[in-house]
Design a protein around this ligand. Structure first.
Ligand code: HGY
Ligand code: MN
Ligand code: MN
Length: 415
């Protein structure tokens, strides 16, 4: 059976599933706060499992809690084609970041069931544990363990702000599987995701054909000074860790702008100790997030920041420790999979353009071990990691139609 342009998913059913999932772990302004390994994450997983089983799939669960829902193919020995993303969200997250990729994969299977389409290769829909890395660093944690980028013990030992261990939380919510992580072999993997940037909407394009992903560095800074009275300590005598952080924050901005437009940098997480209104901060711990599609730029930013931060702390009499707590090199996705995405968009008549992903995704790690590509749809004002994140039903449908065609082209249809 040839791939016809009228082969499409059920956009209304997809949208209804997205809205259903969004009810779990609601935020305070219409978005979501369904952080990794919370009870809300557990509830979202249970709903996803129910839907997958209703669609005739069998669920696998590995020791990092990643969920693999399998639809059999005509050739059970053929390596499966994987689709999926993540159901965990940021604390002030949107309803679509990650979720569209998981439920888009489910909708793809529901559509194949409706039409009685059999594929040669099995299809597996994945929910990767802890993609966001907001509660437990680093981001893309489970896919990183799966791709051999860090050990399972390291992942289990990571603690949240309250000192709770990732491995213990996985156990507590009851989603730690028996399957050894990383044994599964993949024919290919496709991840559908919202762009989380402004380009597609600004250019009026419905589909992003993701050719590359920019690289990332997360550097955790610990700046130490001396706690003392904010009122009675003369200015020249202060060792103000908060001032050190402020100067380093400005340096992060200067370095990123010096490589514009091929670099970005910011500090998203910061903890001040003892965080009392009338005590000069004795310690500040914060994470710098540097990104660029160019590895040499990433490395230049890191070395200039390390040097500059040391000079700031030497001048201000402050202690400094820097630890890399996350990162991956820029990614070039698989040419064959990217072509499958592009020809799917063409066949379906969706406007499209090549795109470099600004955000990190599980696909960025999996690309190291299997042919991988991504499909992106626009989001309103390019906004994400904000409860106002929004997409249209048409954009969700277009992205999932393209995912369906790219997967069918790769998995093969058996007449
Ligand atoms: O940080 C990222 O790029 C992803 O949203 N976790
Ligand atoms: Mn995401
Ligand atoms: Mn995200």
């Amino acid at each position: 059976m040839a791939l016809e342009s009228n082969l499409r998913i059920d956009g209304a059913r997809l949208w209804s599933s997205l809205m259903e999932m969004a009810k779990i772990g609601p935020g305070v302004r219409g978005g979501n706060n369904r952080q990794a390994l919370t009870d809300d994450d557990g509830e979202g997983r249970a709903l996803f499992q129910r839907w997958c089983e209703d669609a005739g799939m069998t669920m696998g669960l590995d020791q990092m809690g990643t969920m693999f829902a399998r639809r059999e193919g005509a050739d059970p020995k053929a390596l499966p084609v994987y689709v999926g993303s993540h159901l965990d969200t940021q604390p002030t997250g949107g309803k679509y970041d990650g979720v569209l990729g998981v439920l888009g994969g489910l909708e793809l299977v529901r559509t194949l069931n409706d039409l009685g389409i059999k594929t040669k290769h099995p299809i597996v829909v994945v929910n990767w544990t802890n993609e966001e890395g907001t509660r437990f660093a680093p981001a893309m944690m489970a896919s990183g363990v799966f791709a051999g980028q860090f050990t399972q013990d390291f992942a289990y030992s990571q603690e949240d702000a309250d000192g709770v261990r990732m491995g213990d939380e996985l156990e507590r919510i009851g989603w730690k599987g028996d399957e050894e992580v990383g044994l599964r072999k993949m024919h290919a993997l496709f991840e559908l995701h919202i762009e989380q940037g402004p380009i597609l909407e600004a250019e009026g394009k419905e589909i992003g054909v993701v050719t590359h992903g920019q690289g990332l560095k997360w550097l955790e800074f610990t700046v130490t000074g001396k706690e003392s009275h904010t009122g009675s300590t003369p200015m020249p005598m202060r060792k103000n860790a908060g001032l050190g952080m402020a100067r380093i924050t400005t340096l992060v901005d200067e370095i990123a702008l010096s490589h514009a437009p091929k670099a970005v940098g910011a500090i998203g997480q910061c903890n001040v100790y003892p965080n009392s209104r009338n005590i000069i901060p004795g310690k500040v711990v914060f994470t710098v997030d540097f990104r660029s599609p160019d590895l040499a730029v990433l490395e230049d930013m890191e070395s200039r920041l390390r040097e500059g931060a040391q000079a700031i702390c030497d001048t201000d009499g402050l202690g400094l420790e820097i630890e890399q707590v996350g990162g991956f090199d820029p990614v070039t996705f698989d040419e064959g999979c990217v072509t499958a995405v592009r020809s799917a968009a063409k066949r379906l008549g969706y406007s499209h353009r090549d795109l470099v992903s600004g955000a990190g995704h599980d696909a960025c790690w999996i690309n190291a071990i299997a042919p991988t590509a991504m499909v992106m749809c626009p989001c309103v004002d390019g906004l994400s990691h904000n409860e106002d994140e929004d997409i249209s039903e048409d954009w969700a449908r277009a992205g999932t139609d393209v995912l369906l065609h790219a997967v069918l082209e790769t998995a093969g249809i058996v007449d």
